[in-house]
Design a protein around this ligand. Structure first.
Ligand SMILES: NC(=O)c1ccc[n+]([C@@H]2O[C@H](COP(=O)([O-])OP(=O)(O)OC[C@H]3O[C@@H](n4cnc5c(N)ncnc54)[C@H](O)[C@@H]3O)[C@@H](O)[C@H]2O)c1
Length: 246
C-alpha cells in the first residue's frame, strides 16, 4: 500500500498553502515549500514544520517560468529522493470587468494559475511516473465552475485547471498517479481580505452554511486526498464551498 511521505506545495508560504504544509507535516510528510515572494514567511513556515517534527526545505522559483520549474523539480527530487504529493496551490487574481481588463492582467493570471500548474505537472511527471505512485492535487476554484463577474481571467484559468486535472487523471492512471482538484468557495485569506466589506457581507449571505471557509477546510481535504484512504479517487473536482455551489 502506498505510503506518501514527501509533499511539494507551490506558494506554500502564505494563506491556504501554508496551512496545507502544516497539516501535511502533522501527518508525517516532509515538506518541499515553493515560494517566490516573502522569504521571511517561507522561513517562518519552515520553522513551524520543523517544530511539528518533519523536515522542510525551501524551493525558490516562479512557477509561471517553464525553465525555472524544470530546474526547481530537478533540485526538488535531489533533496529527499522522491516526491509523493504535489499540491499546485500558487495562484493570483487581477480582477476587472472585461471592458477594463488589460491584456497584461489576463496573461498574468493565466500564466501563474494555469501555465504554472502545467509547468509543475510537466516537470514532475517523468520521475513521479517512474515511482509508479503519487498524488497531484490542484487547487482550482468555485469560479472555474460557476464564473464570476470581474474574474474572466481567473475563472478561465481555474476552468483550465479543471480540464487539465481530468486529462492528467486519464493519462497517469495506468501508472498509479492520482490527479484531483479541489474547488474552494470563498476562504478567509489575504485574497478575500482584499474584498470591499459590503461585497463580503453580500457574499456570506449567499452561502448556505453562512460563513467563509477557513484554510484548514481545504487543507483537511488535501490531507485526505494525499492519503491511501483516497487511493480509488482520481479525476475528481471536489467543491469545498459551504454549499455556495450545489
Ligand atoms: N482564498 C480564496 O477564497 C480562494 C478561493 C478559491 C481558490 N483559491 C485558490 O487557493 C490558492 C491559494 O490562495 P490563497 O487564498 O491562499 O492566497 P495567497 O495569495 O495567500 O496564496 C497564493 C500564493 O501563491 C504564491 N504565488 C503567486 N504567484 C506565484 C508564482 N508565480 N510562483 C510561485 N508562487 C506564486 C503567492 O506568493 C502566495 O504565496 C490559489 O490558487 C487561489 O486561486 C483561493
Amino acid at each position: 500500500m502506498a505510503d506518501y511521505k514527501v509533499a511539494l506545495i507551490t506558494g506554500g508560504n502564505t494563506g491556504i498553502g501554508k496551512v496545507i504544509a502544516l497539516e501535511l507535516a502533522k501527518e508525517g510528510h516532509d515538506i518541499l515549500l515553493n515560494y517566490v515572494f516573502d522569504e521571511a514567511a517561507a522561513l517562518e513556515v519552515k520553522s513551524q514544520v520543523e517544530a511539528i517534527g518533519t523536515r522542510c526545505e525551501l524551493l525558490y522559483g516562479d512557477i509561471s517560468d517553464f525553465g525555472v520549474v524544470e530546474k526547481m523539480m530537478e533540485d526538488a527530487f535531489k533533496i529527499f529522493g522522491r516526491i509523493d504529493v504535489l499540491v499546485n496551490n500558487a495562484g493570483i487574481t487581477r480582477d476587472n470587468l472585461i471592458m477594463r481588463m488589460s491584456e497584461d492582467e489576463f496573461d498574468a493570471v493565466i500564466n501563474v494559475n494555469l501555465k504554472g500548474t502545467f509547468n509543475c505537472c510537466k516537470h514532475i511527471a517523468r520521475k513521479m511516473l517512474k515511482q509508479k505512485e503519487g498524488k497531484i492535487i490542484n487547487i482550482a476554484s468555485i469560479v472555474g465552475v460557476m464564473g464570476n463577474v470581474g474574474q474572466v481571467n481567473y475563472s478561465a484559468s481555474k476552468a483550465g485547471v479543471i480540464g487539465l486535472t481530468k486529462t492528467l487523471a486519464r493519462e497517469f492512471a495506468s501508472r498509479g498517479i492520482k490527479v484531483n482538484a479541489i474547488a474552494p468557495g470563498f476562504i478567509k485569506t489575504a485574497m478575500t481580505d482584499k474584498m470591499p466589506e459590503q461585497a463580503r457581507t453580500e457574499m456570506i449571505a449567499n452561502i448556505p452554511l453562512n460563513r467563509l471557509g477557513e484554510p484548514k477546510d481545504i487543507a483537511d481535504l488535501v490531507v485526505f486526498l494525499a492519503s491511501e484512504k483516497a487511493d480509488y479517487i482520481t479525476g475528481q473536482i471536489i467543491g469545498v464551498n459551504g454549499g455556495l455551489y450545489i
